[in-house]
Design a protein around this ligand. Structure first.
Ligand code: NDP
Ligand code: 8X3
Length: 252
């Protein structure tokens, strides 16, 4: 019998990460679920462990030591990570550059860029040693274009794309697949975080049908389930109503 694959998903407590965990569980992939909200990790573990083996890790990807320590302390049966989904991330604020908030800038660069690097640093050595693995970085349409007031968030996601390409080049000799999945607007807790709970967040997904987290999770599963010789390098996906970061067809 084939050994079950092991996937580590960051940001598994909500949105795209959580939907990916659910999708992978359906297909019998063993899961390491990461996030900071322990109660959510516990309740997701309780549900998904009916379908597959689940282990949870609670750490903030901004904390370099804790990130490395958590991943290196995994029990034997979860140590060989076949699939890494670098998903934890968010936007903080939507302000013009001249009035941007320094804490927001730190959060976006520290989580979306440096956090992704810390997690990757802990996982990649096992993949190079085994000469196999698949890394999926969740970028964004904001990594392919820049929109008004998107400045630093767009910068962080452009960095994710550049890092993804760098990973694909450097890990090529080891047979490791590297993929960027870049969604446009997805209806998750993303806008609640971006607008810090402000009512403005409620309007972001009104008047059209945005992508749902499950839509992205299905594409992620498609990418990881291709034959060994196929790598989906880069995906840009929008809901039908969206044509670009600034063009969204909404009902009145
Ligand atoms: P959610 O806010 O629903 O989920 C974000 C996840 O990231 C949560 O599970 C959260 O878990 C985790 N996270 C946030 N900060 C940290 C941290 N410091 N350390 C560890 N985990 C953290 O948003 P989405 O699902 O929408 O976002 C997931 C990814 O998709 C992000 O990278 C985002 O940039 C990207 N994306 C989102 C789009 C959208 O429109 N929604 C479009 C394109 C890309 P916890 O709080 O428990 O730590
Ligand atoms: C999330 C999509 O358009 O808010 O990455 O940047 S957007």
């Amino acid at each position: 019998m084939n050994k079950r694959k092991v996937a580590l998903i960051t940001g598994a407590t909500s949105g795209i990460g959580r939907a990916t965990a659910e999708e992978f569980a359906k297909h019998g992939i063993n899961l390491i679920l990461c996030g900071r909200r322990q109660q959510r990790l516990d309740s997701i573990e309780k549900t998904l462990s009916k379908q597959t083996e689940v282990y949870t890790l609670n750490f903030d990807v901004r904390n370099r030591e804790k990130t490395l320590e958590s991943i290196t302390s995994l029990p034997e049966e979860f140590k060989d990570i076949d699939i890494l989904i670098n998903n934890a991330g968010n936007a903080h604020g939507l302000d013009p550059i001249q009035s941007g908030n320094l804490d927001d800038w730190d959060a976006m660069m520290d989580i979306n860029v440096k956090g992704l690097l810390y997690v990757s640093k802990a996982v990649i050595p096992g993949m190079t040693e085994r000469q196999s693995g698949h890394i999926i970085n969740i970028g964004s349409s904001a990594g392919k274009e820049v929109y008004p007031n998107g400045n630093v968030y767009c910068g962080s996601k452009h960095a994710v794309l550049a890092i993804t390409e760098g990973m694909r080049i450097d890990l090529n000799p080891f047979g490791i697949k590297v993929t960027a999945i870049n969604p446009g607007l997805v209806e998750t807790e993303f806008s609640e975080v971006r607008f810090k709970g402000d009512a403005m967040a409620d309007n972001v997904y009104k008047g059209y049908k945005a992508l749902q987290a499950e839509d992205v999770a299905e594409v992620i599963y498609f990418a990881i389930s291709r034959p060994v010789h196929v790598n989906i390098a880069d995906v840009l996906m929008f809901c039908t109503a969206q044509a670009s970061s600034t063009i969204v067809k909404k009902s009145q």
